[in-house]
Design a protein around this ligand. Structure first.
Ligand code: CO
Length: 134
């Protein structure tokens, strides 16, 4: 059912330092920071030949990644995103298998303008999984 790895999202405590690391030390194709107020994050997209990395930095008082950075002060992998062709079919298959979808199960529009859902990390080996319809 799942297709390509769309992105790996990394929460970072210092966005400028993370950008410099990926651009200068790793030599990656690093985009400009984009504020995503609906998601409570500032995102920097890093384009790799086979997938993307997204640096996430808290935006606003109620950012969903603030708690994650409190627990992981030097940053860390926040979630990974797999592509699916039909997000509602994917949701129904997963819930039938006993997996928990976060929120009310209704896909939201994600940072790429496409419908996304998140799956409970306790059901997936401690990894928060995002599904994105492509
Ligand atoms: Co994501």
């Amino acid at each position: 059912m799942i297709g390509r790895l769309n992105h790996v999202a990394i929460a970072v405590p210092d966005l400028d330092a993370a950008v410099a690391l990926y651009r200068d030390a790793l030599g990656a194709d690093v985009g400009a920071p984009q504020d995503e107020p609906d998601h409570g994050v500032t995102v920097v997209f890093i384009t790799l030949p086979n997938t993307k990395v997204e640096l996430l930095y808290p935006l606003g008082e109620t950012s969903p990644i603030a708690g994650f950075l409190e627990k992981n002060p030097s940053g860390g992998i926040h979630h990974i995103c797999y592509e699916v062709q039909d997000i509602l079919a994917a949701r129904d298959r997963l819930t039938a298998q006993g997996a928990r979808v976060l929120g009310d199960g209704t896909p939201r529009i994600g940072a790429h303008g496409k419908p996304v859902l998140f799956l409970h990390p306790k059901d997936f080996n401690g990894t928060l999984i995002e599904l994105e319809e492509v």
